[in-house]
Write a protein that binds this ligand. Structure first.
Ligand SMILES: [Ca+2]
Ligand SMILES: [Ca+2]
Length: 126
């Protein structure tokens, strides 16, 4: 079972207040246990797995072609990217994200869109 050990900074016997992560390593045949996933960690996993699912449809499996990007945006972000069905808008959006202009979006190139949408969602200024 996972156990989280917390050393309290009580000022006695050298307490440092460091948070010690849950045990992750076991020797022998025991299965490796990792700490329970947090909400943010789960969100990251969702982004990564969804990106991979769409990027893996054709060509390079780690990047989004224009078609894959179009499919992802229309299926997954229809409320945030309102004009997703407009091919011209997709071309323009893709062009703005494709920093090295190779016609493919890496995860980090794609991630700019998520950052922009999330920023807008949060009502943050720039
Ligand atoms: Ca691909
Ligand atoms: Ca690119």
């Amino acid at each position: 079972m996972k156990r989280i050990y917390i050393q309290r900074g009580d000022g006695q016997s050298g307490g440092t207040g460091f948070l010690i992560p849950a045990e992750t390593h076991h020797s022998g045949s025991q299965t490796l246990k990792v700490p329970a996933q947090t909400i943010m960690e789960a969100a990251i996993c969702t982004f990564v797995s969804q990106f991979k699912a769409y990027a893996g449809k054709d060509g390079a499996s780690s990047t989004l072609s224009r078609e894959e990007f179009h499919n992802l945006v229309t299926a997954q972000l229809p409320n945030y990217v309102k004009n997703a069905s407009d091919p011209g808008a997709i071309d323009q959006l893709m062009g703005s994200l494709d920093e090295n202009n190779d016609g493919e979006l890496t995860f980090l190139e794609f991630w700019q869109l998520i950052g922009t949408l999330a920023n807008k969602q949060g009502g943050f200024t720039d």
